[in-house]
Design a protein around this ligand. Structure first.
Ligand SMILES: Cc1cc2nc3c(=O)[nH]c(=O)nc-3n(C[C@H](O)[C@H](O)[C@H](O)COP(=O)(O)OP(=O)(O)OC[C@H]3O[C@@H](n4cnc5c(N)ncnc54)[C@H](O)[C@@H]3O)c2cc1C
Length: 418
């Protein structure tokens, strides 16, 4: 049977950051990813200010800057009659990185994989789908997997298995950890529309009006668009057809009228079934959940990647030494949840409040958000612009930001890209 010290299941932001940091801490680590590469449908292209600072601390800042990206320094609300209001002004952030960098997630993950290859104790196995866990008594001792290229099946034993396999985690289901499920009033349709330099928004922008809402995320030559629909109405809205959908988009944001014909079919809209949940306990003996596997996030604020990365940094800091010494106990694993519960709860509570008091109501009413009818907090932030720093901090840095442990820090370096 194959064996490693720490087996990380899932090569998403949480798994790749954890793999790299543990390897830099001298731990033998293997990351298993079921896909052949990191190229997948859009699932968030945001590298937050706190992650940019982490990249600097890891010495990867120069390599990151070479990856094509766009910087967002403002998030705005679009109001009636073309007016705008600033929700978050990232230029007011503390620290060197006053921006969110928009980078295809696969480029970010590729960079982490290239950095990992420089560490002798790091192994990344693509095309390796974990199918279950192995146990001895109550202790998880490893996983079973299937190689997606040649179909062979096998087992890998490990001192610790980390489930970083995302919101549909099969590992968390396999150990049956109890979950708080919070529900959400909306689902999201993701699609793209062309973007012009002359468009009236430069950063991220959202419009909420008349029973629907839409967020535009600038991505070079196109906008990644999130169209909010009431939970469970996907089938009904699809049945109304593409013309009706185009109409809804233009009603929300009239200046998109010149390009909605680029939505060729209703199938261009990809459904995200929004989930918001959190494990009550993040570990069992021999297995720990982090990132979306421990807490699936709502897309509100676009903070899921940031939390996943921060979980990974805290995990590496707390577990590198016990893993090296072969002394990972349930008590050690419980420390990860204790450290990360506060920021997770703060962000999820804010998402729930926004779901309940704003999005839920907007999606069920015909009211618009106008310059005269702004929510109180938005209006206050226009009068007192320093308040725009608060949502900027929550979104781009987040409560209790984590910093690279000393053992993972390196001088700024360029690395060979594969
Ligand atoms: C459409 C969409 C848009 C989003 N937009 C944003 C955004 O703008 N900003 C933001 O911060 N967040 C966004 N999110 C949320 C964000 O993607 C997640 O919070 C974040 O990726 C979580 O990271 P993770 O590493 O925990 O899990 P994931 O990124 O989900 O990674 C899990 C990895 O595990 C692999 N895996 C799963 N099962 C197995 C298995 N059995 N064996 C081996 N490998 C497996 C998967 O292939 C995947 O690579 C969005 C999510 C979606 C779906």
């Amino acid at each position: 049977m194959e064996r490693t010290t720490c087996l990380v299941v899932g090569g998403g932001p949480a798994g790749m950051v954890l793999g790299l940091l543990l390897a830099r801490g001298g731990v033998e680590v293997t990351v298993l990813e079921k896909h052949a590469d990191f190229l997948r449908d859009f699932r968030g292209d945001t590298v937050h200010a706190s992650t940019l600072t982490l990249m600097d601390e890891l010495g990867l800042g120069p390599a990151f800057e070479q990856v094509p990206h766009q910087d967002v320094d403002k998030i705005e609300a679009l109001l009636d009659g073309g007016a705008k209001a600033t929700i978050a002004d990232l230029s007011r952030l503390p620290g060197p990185n006053k921006r969110i960098a928009m980078v295809p997630q696969w480029d970010f993950l590729d960079l982490l994989a290239d950095a990992g290859k420089l560490e002798p104790s790091f192994t990344l196995r693509m095309n390796t789908e974990v199918t279950g866990i192995t146990k001895q008594g109550n202790r998880v001792t490893g996983v079973t997997y299937r190689d997606r290229v040649d179909g062979h099946e096998g087992e890998i034993a490990a001192d610790l298995v980390v489930a970083a396999d995302g919101r549909g985690s099969i590992l968390r289901a396999a150990v049956d950890l109890p979950v708080y499920r919070f529900g959400a009033p909306m689902d999201v349709w993701w699609f793209r529309l062309p973007r012009n330099e002359s468009d009236p928004v430069k950063g991220g922008a959202g419009r909420f009006s008349a029973g629907s809402g839409m967020v535009l995320i600038p991505r070079g030559e196109y906008f990644q668009c999130a169209f909010l629909i009431r939970k469970g109405t996907d089938r009904q809205l699809r049945a109304e057809g593409v013309e009706k959908f185009r109409e809804r988009v233009v009603t929300l944001i009239p200046w998109l009228a010149d390009r909605v014909h680029h939505i060729e079919s209703i199938d261009d809209a990809k459904l995200l079934d929004v989930k918001l949940d959190r494990l009550r306990r993040w570990h069992v003996d021999g297995l720990l959940c982090i990132g979306d596997a421990a807490h699936a996030m709502s897309p509100v604020g676009g903070v899921g990647i940031n939390l996943a990365v921060q979980d990974a940094v805290a995990t590496a800091r707390l577990l590198a030494r016990p893993l090296r010494q072969g002394r990972v106990t349930s008590e050690t694993l419980a420390k990860v949840r204790r450290r990360r519960l506060f920021p997770t709860m703060v962000i999820q509570t804010m998402q729930r409040v926004i779901h309940r008091l704003f999005l839920g109501r907007k999606l069920n009413s015909a009211e618009t958000v106008s310059s005269t009818g702004m929510p109180f907090m938005l209006e206050a932030a226009q009068r007192l612009p320093f308040l725009q720093a608060v949502p900027a901090y929550v979104i781009a840095i987040g409560p209790r930001p984590e910093h690279a442990p000393e053992f993972a820090r390196r001088k700024p370096q360029t690395i060979a890209r594969s």
